[in-house]
Design a binder for this molecule. Structure first.
Ligand SMILES: [Mn+2]
Length: 175
């Protein structure tokens, strides 16, 4: 079991990832959310979509079985300001470091990290804090503290909801 210090450090890291997301919500950035094609990944994509919708963010969602060069290139071609990976990503650091083009990259995952996340990747992964991601926490739970910043980001922008909702781009498929 993780100690209080490790749990605290995990939550501190969550605040850092939340801050990256908040910054892009305040800037009216374009978001691309990428998630895994299993139950946990779909749950995570649903939670992320709901949070981004409530924040009136412009976003796309894509569900993938794995990450490959051609998929990363397609994500980059969409010119997102920020890419958020859920339930996938921690095992693909070198691919993301070398190939993904976005101002910021957030990885919220509970699969074992490869330890090679570059400076552009803000990663929240329980394994880095002594919490076993295989048995103790799902990706759908990992993302929760990373989204706590979103309501205040909405309030600070003060946009009219009906205007913002028309700009939502929601796309789910399994390319
Ligand atoms: Mn999972």
């Amino acid at each position: 079991m993780p100690g209080d210090g490790q749990r605290g450090a995990f939550l501190e890291r969550a605040k850092e990832t939340a801050e990256v997301i908040r910054k892009h919500l305040q800037a009216d950035s374009t978001f691309t959310a990428i998630s895994h094609n299993d139950a946990d990944g779909l749950s995570s994509a649903g939670i992320m979509s709901a949070a981004l919708t409530r924040a009136y963010a412009r976003f796309k969602v894509r569900i993938v079985e794995e990450l490959r060069e051609d998929i990363v290139d397609e994500i980059s071609a969409g010119k997102p300001d920020i890419v958020i990976f859920t339930d996938i990503g921690s095992g693909y650091s070198e691919l993301l470091n070398s190939r993904l083009e976005a101002k910021d990259v957030v990885v919220l995952d509970h699969h074992p990290p490869d330890g090679k996340a570059g400076p552009k990747i803000a990663q929240l992964n329980p394994h880095e804090f002594g919490i076993d991601g295989a048995t103790m926490i799902s990706a759908a739970l990992v993302i929760t503290p990373a989204l706590e910043a979103t309501p205040s980001a909405i309030a600070s922008r003060g946009d009219e909801p009906h205007v913002q909702c028309s700009r939502i781009r929601l796309r789910m498929n399994t390319w």
